[in-house]
Ligand binder design. Structure first.
Ligand code: F6R
Length: 362
């Protein structure tokens, strides 16, 4: 049942405010973060190793910024297909965390089995509680996204991010890096997300308008800085999966180290940049693109649009949002652009060619 939507993907994008509300309600009780079962005590952990594939991998990369910045916990992130063949040493005090919507991805499960008996704790963030990855973990944290049918992951991604953000706040609190006031503020910012996502979803028509232009491109670049950098990767992955347009993501500051050679008047460059502490640097990266005739699509808030000035090709105006939770909100325009570009191209949105929902072979 597509609930009145043309595609499962559209339905699942639209469901995000309500599934995020469920997840927040599950983990936040009386203003405190409560994990199921025995939970985890981050005072006993001094390194986190995160492993996943695809979209779940980009959720891990985003979470690395959170764990390192707010909890001062060192984090390694790896794609599952590379992880175990490298035979990484797992030092005492390491928790290993596996993120998987299906809980059945072969490489991620194999990486978990590699860590079993080596890591202090095996944690997982999963959508399917009875899956192999959940069953073989010491602690499985559900994302409560509900069944995801569209092959391109959308609501599972934002639910993974919410659970990882809560875990990072818990780690910060356990490790004495965040006081009660800081925790309360972080939880407020997370709790504000469903409302903000509703506002972002209202930009659907705007995204559709821009997407009709994007649909004509052969190559598209995504740029982001800080925690927006992994999101740039997620935006590029979503777009290539369902619209078959070649898309690449770069850290904004990396552009001048090579990829800027690709920029000309045919290449849209999508810059995901809320007005944060690094915004000024992003503006100068954007100017480098525009000076070479590149078409910049800026996704930012009113302050950002104001500071960026003239010369951009187009702008998608987002609500203002706290830096900490911005990647979760900005996932929405990334999804909407991919979706509407695919619709404009007439591709099979829910069943893209060559792809399966769950990859249970290596
Ligand atoms: C992208 C997508 C894939 C999955 C990846 C991992 O839209 O859906 O990249 O994210 O195959 O799958 P899970 O999360 O089930 O382990």
């Amino acid at each position: 049942d597509k609930g009145g939507h043309k595609h499962y993907m559209a339905k699942e994008i639209a469901e995000q405010p309500s599934v995020l509300t469920n997840a927040l309600g599950f983990y936040i009780k009386d203003g405190r973060i409560e994990l199921p079962g025995a939970g985890i005590d981050f005072t006993k952990i001094d390194r986190l190793t995160m492993v996943a594939c695809g979209t779940a991998f980009y959720a891990c990369l985003t979470a690395k910024y959170w764990f390192e910045q707010i909890a001062r916990l060192p984090v390694d992130v790896d794609v599952a297909s590379e992880f175990r063949y490298r035979e990484p040493p797992i030092t005492p005090g390491t928790a290993a965390l596996f993120v998987s919507q299906s809980g059945e991805t072969a490489d991620t499960l194999a990486a978990l089995r590699y860590c079993a008996g080596k890591a202090d704790r095996i944690l997982s963030v999963v959508n399917v509680p009875e899956s192999s990855i959940a069953r073989e973990s010491d602690l499985a944290l559900p994302i409560l996204a509900g069944r995801e049918i569209g092959v391109a992951s959308t609501k599972a991604f934002t639910c993974q991010l919410i659970v990882l953000a809560l875990l990072a706040v818990k780690a910060a609190q356990d490790r004495g890096e965040m006081d009660a006031e800081g925790v309360a503020r972080a939880l407020e910012q997370l709790t504000a997300l469903p409302g903000l996502l509703n506002q972002a979803l209202a930009l659907g028509d705007r995204a559709a308008e821009v997407s009709r232009k994007l649909a004509e491109a052969r190559d598209i670049l995504f740029l982001g800085r800080g925690a927006m950098y992994p999101l740039a990767h997620e935006g590029a992955l979503k777009l290539k999966e369902i619209s078959y347009i070649h898309a690449e993501a770069y850290a904004s500051g990396e552009l001048k180290h090579g990829p800027i050679a690709l920029v000309d008047k045919h290449v849209p460059v999508i810059v995901m940049a809320p007005r944060d502490a690094l915004f000024e640097k992003t503006v100068s990266n954007m100017q480098e693109v525009m000076a070479r005739g590149g078409k910049v699509l800026l996704i930012t808030d009113a302050k950002g649009a104001d500071e960026a000035g003239d010369g951009v090709w187009d702008t998608i105006l987002m609500p203002e949002v706290a830096d900490f939770v911005a990647p979760i909100l900005y996932a929405v325009p990334a999804q909407l652009l991919a979706y509407h570009t695919a619709v404009a191209k007439g591709t099979d949105v829910d069943q893209p060619r060559n792809l399966a929902k769950s990859v249970t072979v290596e």
